[in-house]
Design a binder for this molecule. Sequence first.
Ligand code: GLN
Length: 307
Amino acid sequence: MDPITAMLEKVLAEVASDGSGETAAYIPELAEADPDLLAFGLVGPRGRVFTAGDESAPFTIQSMSKPFVLALALELHGRDEVFRRVGAEPSGEPFNAISLEARTGRPANPMVNAGAIATTALIPGADVDERTGRIVGMMSKFAGRSLWIDEAVYASESATGDRNRALAHLLKSYEIIQGSVTDAVETYFRQCSVLVTVRDLAVMAATLAFGGRNPVTRDQVVSERVARDVTSIMASCGMYDFSGEWMLRVGLPAKSGVSGGVIAVAPSQFGVAAFSPRLDPHGNSVRASRIVEILSDRFGMHLLEPH
Ligand code: GLN
């Protein structure tokens, strides 16, 4: 076994016995996920992919879609237009909070649901399918393979999505969303339902880590500036109301999702992804977070560590 894979296996073994946390309960597909699944992936500068554990287990991307849709919105509209509609400040509140700036109605940032729905509404298209097609096309370039949607998860997201619908209507009342509220929110549910593996996510994170260039396919997926803007937002807002403490402890831009994944970006070094379905009270995976923390600690990867 090569030394990097051996290191991944060792970190997995260290966290394996931690059975704390609960799988997300709001839809059956997530509630019934095998809680013992555990996987870790890392992609380096020359596109070498290292994985360990349940590396081929598929799960939905959920909130880890948010950075990639933000990247697409930034590519299409530029920074000023996007941040006119969504802020760049940590909210200090849970991911589904109804927190909008009092005067303008701008959501705090694109990593909480309100901000993500506002970002999704910026993706053009005649209908939900066309908008979703653009988004899944962009995510596929980040991953270096064609991704698709888990229709059962999408149906459940849509059936239970009243809070997100309410957020979208509020955004429309402030004219943050223009056009169809239904299209915006259904597109958001579809983007959350894209199926990935830890390997896909590690490649996607690596594309952000290497200035928007996928190190496996060598495709320049988004500009260097867009990749930097996205990772900046992940650094301040990626772990919901744990983002400040995450920066303190781990020091890497990251994003979590309720399916149990965490992606993290070590700029110019590697992209990381970890997966384990049990979540802490913030909605971040217990073991996936711990994996990234151990990795950062062991290799002195905190961004603010003097080198
Ligand atoms: N689909 C979920 C929602 O919008 C995604 C949230 C998450 O991953 N934190 O509620």
